[in-house]
Design a protein around this ligand. Structure first.
Ligand code: 6PG
Length: 232
């Protein structure tokens, strides 16, 4: 996994916004649209906020999420709601291009996972999956030792016991993430340094889910200097 290191968190966010703006332009020119799976987390949301004023042809961008908290649609915990407030409500992206994973409004988690799997199938190829990473080396809602890190077959799994609240979530599996053309992990802060080193060391997926993800064309770990500060 190639690492790109920027000086600090603000520089990381700005450089990743540049990279993303360029990728979206390139994919739209090449195939008429760009499809990306967004991430929650504080750095992921800062990245979205940094895209508001960029030159992006939003009409041709389709977004979904690599994981979602299974809470009510209007909950402030929803990655989709945070993304709307930071970016999607502020740019001319058509409503039909925003493919939210289901919310917990009268539907069961299992039914939501089935619906999300259908949504993912209808989406076609994903140009880029964005991921944050926790200090335990989790990505999306794939925590160390959980099913979905190794299991084949499923592309979306229901998560019932996330160690980080809220406990119920929907998540891309490693298999779904690894079907994306590009996978970018965006990670800032000294509290992530050990997990970055572990993920890059070839640790098992059960120990470091972040080390198991890769794109079919490109895999990047986009880091600030603090996150890159532990010896690999
Ligand atoms: O699932 C969650 O509850 C979080 O969203 C989490 O997965 C987050 O994406 C990472 O921990 C990175 O978060 P930061 O970008 O805030 O470091």
């Amino acid at each position: 996994m190639r690492a790109v290191v920027e000086g600090d968190r603000a520089a990381l966010v700005a450089a990743t916004a540049d990279r993303l703006e360029a990728l979206l332009g390139e994919r739209i020119a090449a195939r008429g649209r760009a499809t990306i799976a967004l991430t929650g987390g504080s750095v992921g949301i800062e990245l979205l906020a940094a895209l508001v004023d960029r030159r992006i042809d939003w009409e041709h961008v389709v977004v979904t999420w690599s994981d979602e908290r299974f809470v009510a649609a209007d909950s402030g915990d929803r990655n989709a709601r945070q993304a709307r407030e930071a970016l999607l409500d502020l740019v001319p992206i058509p409503a039909a291009n925003i493919r939210e994973l289901p919310a917990a409004d009268g539907t069961s988690l299992d039914d939501a996972a089935t619906a999300a799997t259908g949504l993912l199938e209808a989406l076609g190829p994903i140009d880029l999956t964005l991921l944050g990473m926790g200090p335990d080396a989790h990505v999306a809602s794939l925590f160390p030792g959980m099913p979905g890190v190794r299991e084949g077959g499923a592309r979306i799994i229901p998560v019932r016991d996330s160690p980080k609240p809220p406990p119920e979530r929907l998540s891309f599996t490693v298999e779904a993430i690894n079907a994306s053309e590009r996978v970018w992990l965006i990670v800032a802060g000294a509290d992530k340094a050990e997990a970055v080193a572990l993920a890059r060391s070839g640790a098992s997926p059960d120990e470091a889910p972040a080390g198991a993800v890769h794109g079919t064309l490109e895999t990047l770990m986009l880091l600030d200097a603090d996150a890159a500060s532990a010896p690999a």
